[in-house]
Ligand binder design. Structure first.
Ligand code: SF4
Ligand code: SF4
Length: 132
């Protein structure tokens, strides 16, 4: 199966533990988090609405209307995408292993996670904080 994912959502999936904006969002994110762990899954990268955004109540007129606003969300994506090859489809398991290697300190995610509203629910971010 092929997933379309925004750059910064690669990190968010690693920190996901069942919280979200509403029931539909959480159900969809749970499914995607399961699919991305399966061998055979491939991932195409984007800095626009993806398979997670499609079930998000913040998506309006194909733009993210959450408190951070679309422009900042795209900047978060681009901070991740500049370290990856966007021109190809990635093997999901390999891609998420790579994410762990690239984003392995609090400093490495400072321009991505600094303004996020989910710090206290995100296992990925908390792990980096604990490794300080
Ligand atoms: S802190 Fe926020 S932006 Fe960063 S990985 Fe976690 S959920 Fe995503
Ligand atoms: S808050 Fe914005 S970037 Fe995050 S899932 Fe919703 S629409 Fe997508």
């Amino acid at each position: 199966m092929k997933l379309f994912l925004r750059g910064h959502h690669l990190l968010c999936l690693k920190g996901f533990q069942g919280y979200g904006y509403d029931e539909s969002f959480t159900k969809n994110m749970t499914e995607i988090n399961n699919i991305r762990k399966q061998s055979q899954t491939t991932i195409a990268l984007t800095n626009s609405p993806d398979d997670i955004c499609k079930c998000c109540p913040n998506l309006m007129d194909n733009l993210c209307k959450n408190q951070l606003h679309d422009k900042m969300i795209v900047q978060m994506d681009d901070e991740v995408l500049k370290k990856l090859d966007m021109s190809k489809e990635h093997d999901s398991i390999e891609l998420f292993e790579k994410i762990d290697l690239i984003f392995n300190t609090e400093e490495s995610v400072s321009k991505i996670c600094f303004n996020c509203l989910w710090h206290d629910k995100c296992l990925f971010y908390q792990k980096l904080q604990n490794n300080r």
